[in-house]
Design a protein around this ligand. Structure first.
Ligand code: F1P
Length: 357
C-alpha cells in the first residue's frame, strides 16, 4: 500500500512537466515588453541560485551569452553575499537574476539584497508569487505552472531553464529560436513516453552502485542536476564533471559498478565519442544521452537515449533530464525511500539569522 503513495507527486511532476513548459513559454512571451525594458543598456548578467536553482543557472548562463552576446555567468548565491567583489564588476551595468523555486531561500534573498545595494536591476525566476524574491525584485517571472509538491525538483528545473532560454531568445529578437523553443513541449512529451521504461530499467539495475554524469558547455549544468537528483533521491555516490575533466583523476573510480552518463553536445561530439569508448574500456556501464547516435555510439552504449529533436545543442538540453529523473525516482522507490521527501532535505533552505549575520 505504501508503495503506491510514496513518490506520487514526483512521478506526476516528471510525467506532466511539458504542461509546465507550455505555461512557461506563454508567460515569458507575455512578459517580452517588460524584459526588453529591464535589460536595456545591460552589459552583464549574473544568474544566481542554490541547489537545483544553481544548476539551472549553470545551464542558462552559457546559453544566454551564446544567444545574446551579453556576458553572462552563473554563481552560487552565497558568493554574492560573502565575496561580492569577485562577482559584481564596478561600472558595468549588470542585471542580477535570482533563480529559486521557492523564492525564499535565504542565501538567494541575501544575494539579491547585495545586488540591489550596488544599484543593480534585479529579476526573479521563481514558482512562488508570494515569495520574498517575487516581491523584492524589479521584475519577476513566476512560473506557477511549474510549482511542485515534491521536495526533489523536476519540472521546476526544466521549466526555469526554458524560461531563461526564452528570455535569451526574446532579448536577442531571434524568431527562429523562439519557434524552436516552442517545439520543446511536444518533443519532450514524446521522449517522456518513449524513455519512461528505460529510465526505470536503469534505475532498477542494482549492479549500479555509483554514478558519474559528464557534459560540456550548457550540458555541464545538466550533468550537475543529474548528479543532484541521484544524490537527493537515491543517496548513492554521484559526481558530475565537464567531459574531459573526468580523465584528470575521477576516472580512477570507474568500474563495472559505475554508470557513466555522457550528455552529448554537437560542438564536442568527436571528443565525447572518444571519451565514452575510453570509459567502456575501463569497464564502466555507459549511458549516452544524445541527439542521434552513429554506429560507434550505438555499439559502445549499454543504454542509449536519442532525443531526435532536430534542434541545436543550445536548444535541446532539457530533453536529456526526464530519463535521469525517472532513473532516480525508480531507484529511490526500490531502495524503500520516498522520492517526494528525500531524507534530511527540506523544500528550501532557510538559514537562521545567526548563521548569516
Ligand atoms: C531549493 C533547494 C533545492 C534542493 C533542496 C534545498 O531552493 O535548494 O534545489 O533540492 O531541497 O532547496 P530554491 O530553488 O527554492 O531556492
Amino acid at each position: 500500500m505504501t508503495e503506491i503513495t510514496r513518490g506520487k507527486n514526483a512521478l506526476f511532476e516528471i510525467i506532466n512537466q511539458t504542461n509546465a513548459w507550455e505555461g512557461t513559454i506563454r508567460l515569458v512571451t507575455e512578459k517580452a515588453g517588460s524584459l526588453n525594458t529591464l535589460s536595456d543598456g545591460i552589459e552583464e548578467v549574473v544568474f544566481a541560485g542554490c541547489g537545483s536553482a544553481l544548476n539551472v543557472a549553470w545551464v542558462i548562463a552559457p546559453i544566454f551569452q551564446y544567444s545574446t552576446g551579453i556576458k553572462a555567468r552563473a554563481v552560487p548565491s552565497a558568493d554574492c553575499v560573502f565575496f561580492p567583489d569577485t562577482i559584481f564588476t564596478r561600472g558595468n551595468p549588470t542585471l542580477f537574476v535570482a533563480i529559486s523555486r521557492s523564492g525564499d531561500t535565504t542565501e538567494t534573498v541575501m544575494a539579491c539584497e547585495s545586488a540591489q545595494a550596488r544599484g543593480m536591476k534585479t529579476l526573479s525566476i521563481t514558482c512562488n508569487p508570494e515569495s520574498q524574491l517575487a516581491r523584492m525584485t524589479t521584475e519577476t517571472l513566476v512560473l506557477e505552472s511549474a510549482s511542485e509538491k515534491a521536495v526533489a525538483t523536476t519540472q521546476s528545473v526544466t521549466s526555469m531553464v526554458l524560461c531563461g532560454q526564452m528570455m535569451a531568445a526574446i532579448l536577442s529578437n531571434n524568431g527562429e529560436l523562439i519557434e524552436q523553443l516552442k517545439s520543446l513541449p511536444a518533443i519532450g512529451q514524446g521522449i517522456i513516453h518513449k524513455y519512461h521504461d528505460l529510465g526505470r530499467k536503469i534505475g532498477e539495475n542494482e549492479s549500479i552502485t555509483k554514478f558519474a554524469f559528464v557534459g560540456n558547455g550548457p550540458y555541464y549544468g545538466v550533468a550537475r542536476e543529474c548528479q543532484l537528483k541521484v544524490k537527493e533521491m537515491v543517496v548513492l555516490p554521484s559526481d558530475s564533471y565537464p567531459v574531459l575533466e573526468f580523465r584528470h583523476g575521477p576516472k580512477s573510480n570507474v568500474d563495472e559498478q559505475m554508470l557513466v552518463t555522457v550528455l552529448m553536445s554537437d560542438s564536442a561530439r568527436d571528443a565525447e565519442i572518444a571519451f565514452l569508448k575510453d570509459m567502456k574500456k575501463l569497464n564502466g556501464i555507459i549511458l549516452v544521452l544524445c541527439e542521434k547516435a552513429n554506429p560507434e555510439i550505438s555499439r559502445t552504449a549499454d543504454y542509449l537515449v536519442e532525443v531526435n529533436s532536430g534542434l541545436p545543442e543550445f536548444v535541446r538540453s532539457i530533453l536529456y533530464l526526464p530519463v535521469v529523473q525517472f532513473l532516480s525516482y525508480y531507484r529511490s522507490l526500490l531502495q524503500g525511500q520516498d522520492p517526494d521527501n528525500p531524507r534530511k532535505l527540506s523544500y528550501y533552505v532557510a538559514l537562521e539569522e545567526a548563521m548569516v549575520s
